[in-house]
Design a binder for this molecule. Structure first.
Ligand code: FMN
Length: 440
């Protein structure tokens, strides 16, 4: 059997191009309107996607005047989407820095029951410095501390999810026995950051534990991904970077004593698809013209810890020294690193860099025909650059509709994408094992 493509739909704004929300073909719904999410989730399910993904931010950001940031809290949105779908996986983001592990374990165990085993948790440590100011975390904890806390957080939540045996609930109404004795145990965790006795209030979910998704690519981020990640998202700007990432993560996963196929790697892909390459490039030009330079500048500044860019002429060629060394940043490290690498390799002007980043915030963008997109995906899968893709349509729903109508049938004809759901849970879709509880 040919290597199969896994597909996730990343729902973001009205599309992943910075200006998508203004595009005439973008959704007419407000981003707070459930119909927007329902429509996309059902389309993804009818096209047999593995999953949909909901991101989260914990601070508004300074670009709200020109950028929609009306992001609903993913937890209730996941519950609502679980109720109107029946097959597709639903990934929601939550922070190990600003949530208590007991709360998170309860929420995701509950969602796993409500969805019949279709949820995943995107584990983030929250790199945003503004978020720290909303959670009494002042000054913001550094990257090493955030990942250290996240590691202990994982020990706690995994133990809580394992604190009920699969068969703990007897529900024997005749004899008045609700649970079996000894099949629910405390966890008695006492660590550097957390003291949690347990057990959880919620019985073990259908997947045992929700699927663990991760998307940090810095050194501590990769170490964490190799230990805990079962599906990994990443941003790359070229195929060779995707191959390097793939090789690195798979070998780290093996070093952790895990099987490499138990960690599905999905780089972002943001394709503009049209009948001809020329039409696709024209669509990109129209989108770029709707963009806002000041917003792009603000975002770039924030990515590098709030640096001043006002002295750089928009048409001057950039050099790496225009920016601080990414390794010295306490927020996200991997995205700034990717930007500095791009400057070193391609020597763009500031204007060209902003245009490149406006496409999908540093993820891989592509403009061409459906055939070319299918070729690209097949090539990346065969050349070990990816196990699947985090599809980031530049305009929603238009570019997603075209992807479903034109690219999905090509992938199916080539025998590299499913024509129906074979399994029931998200673990089934991704080919992931079910974790054993402590009682096995
Ligand atoms: C596809 C993708 C989605 C992400 N979604 C979120 C998110 O919803 N919330 C968040 O705080 N960070 C999100 N991130 C950021 C990462 O989880 C991580 O915090 C960031 O890359 C900085 O960590 P690093 O320096 O280890 O890479 C996302 C990253 C990627 C690649």
């Amino acid at each position: 059997m040919k290597r199969q493509v896994h597909l996730n739909l990343f729902i973001h704004s009205r599309g992943h191009h910075e200006a998508a929300w203004r595009h005439p073909s973008a959704s007419p719904f407000l981003l707070t309107d459930f119909r927007y999410y329902k429509d996309l989730a059902l389309k993804a399910e009818n096209a047999f996607f593995d999953s949909i993904f909901l991101s989260d931010i914990l601070a508004l950001g300074s670009d709200i005047e020109h950028t929609p940031r009306a992001v609903l809290d993913p937890i209730p949105l996941m519950g609502s989407l679980a109720a109107i779908t029946s097959k597709i996986g639903i990934i929601g983001t939550a922070s190990t820095t600003y949530v208590e592990p007991y709360n998170l374990a309860r929420q995701f165990a509950s969602l796993d029951h409500l969805s019949n085993g279709r949820v995943a948790w995107n584990i983030v440590t929250t790199s945003s410095a503004e978020a720290a100011t909303n959670y009494s975390d002042n000054p913001q904890a550094g990257i090493e501390e955030r990942y250290g806390r996240a590691d202990e957080f994982m020990t706690v939540v995994n133990s809580l999810w394992d604190s009920w045996a699969e068969d703990a609930v007897l529900d024997d109404r005749l004899n008045g026995q609700y649970t079996l004795p000894g099949r629910i145990q405390p966890i008695n965790h006492h660590g550097n950051f957390y003291d949690v006795n347990g057990p959880l209030t919620v019985p073990r979910g259908p997947q045992g534990r929700p699927v663990h998704v991760q998307a940090g690519s810095s050194e501590p981020g990769r170490a964490f991904a190799a230990k805990h990640g079962e599906a990994i998202f990443t941003a790359v700007l070229e195929k060779s970077a995707a191959q390097d990432f793939y090789r690195d993560i798979k070998s780290r996963v093996i070093s952790q004593g895990r099987s490499p196929d138990q960690c599905v790697i999905m780089p972002g892909l943001s394709p503009v698809i049209a009948s001809t390459e020329a039409q696709a490039h024209q669509y990109v030009r129209e989108l770029d013209e709707l963009g806002n330079i000041d917003t792009g500048l603000k975002r770039l500044s924030v990515a590098f810890g709030g640096i001043d860019l006002s002295h750089i002429d928009l048409d001057r060629i950039l050099v790496p020294d225009d920016f601080p060394d990414p390794e010295t940043l306490q927020g996200g490290v991997s995205r700034p690193k990717l930007i500095v690498d791009l400057i070193r390799n391609e020597q763009p002007t500031l204007r060209q860099l902003l245009s490149k980043l406006s496409g999908a915030r540093g993820h891989y963008t592509f403009a061409g025909t459906a055939e070319q997109v299918a070729d690209l995906m097949e090539d990346w899968i065969n050349d070990k650059a990816a196990d699947g893709f985090n599809l980031m349509p530049p305009v929603l729903p238009e570019m997603f509709d075209i992807f479903i109508a034109e690219v999905i049938p090509l992938l199916q004809q080539r025998g590299i994408f499913r024509t129906h759901y074979e399994g029931v849970t998200l673990r089934d879709h991704y080919g992931l094992m079910y974790p054993d509880s402590q009682f096995k």
